[in-house]
Design a protein around this ligand. Structure first.
Ligand code: 5GP
Ligand code: ZN
Length: 155
């Protein structure tokens, strides 16, 4: 029996899942698909996506998030083995303001090498100690309150 996923007929990744647009598939399981990015940042750049159409990570049911993470690990290892990269970035642009262009959740696996020049801006600030306590309390309370009903009990 095939799984039923939420789907969006206007979504390019849903079209890839449906086989309406071709892709270079590297891995597939019941809920997750991985394929080569059409605009690679480096050789072996792969996208891992849930087959269902969810725009951002918070909308994805917890077991499918877990399956995506497991596939990221497996495919990341495969990419590293084949490309011989020294390391790789796992990147998920969550929301347009965070750089997400395709509104269907996806994880980038980006092979990295010394001196590859890819980089990214990481303008680190300094954690204000007073504000840190307030933030910790507020985020901890929100995390308790927002417990995902689809997650295993301990989560
Ligand atoms: P985002 O900016 O949303 O995190 O990344 C979207 C990624 O999807 C980009 O890296 C882009 O190259 C890739 N992409 C967009 N359209 C297609 C497509 O039709 N096929 C494949 N394989 N990748 C795509
Ligand atoms: Zn979609």
């Amino acid at each position: 029996m095939s799984n039923v996923y939420p789907s969006n007929p206007d979504c390019i990744f849903c079209k890839i899942v449906a086989g309406e647009i071709p892709c270079h598939k590297v891995y597939e399981c019941s809920n997750v698909l991985a394929f080569l990015d059409i605009g690679p940042l480096s050789e072996g750049h792969v996208l891992v996506i849930p087959k269902g159409h969810w725009e951002t990570l918070e909308a994805v049911p917890a077991p499918i998030v877990a399956e995506c993470a497991i596939v990221c690990k497996r495919v990341g290892r495969a990419v590293a083995k084949v490309t011989g990269c020294a390391g790789w970035n796992l990147l998920q642009n969550n929301g347009a303001v965070a750089g997400q262009e395709v509104p269907h959740v996806h994880f980038h696996i980006i092979p990295r090498a010394e001196g590859d020049g890819l980089g990214y801006r990481w303008n680190a600030g300094a954690l204000d100690q007073d504000r840190a306590g307030q933030l910790r309390d507020a985020i901890a309370a929100a995390a308790d309150e927002l417990a995902d009903q689809t997650a295993p009990q301990e989560l």
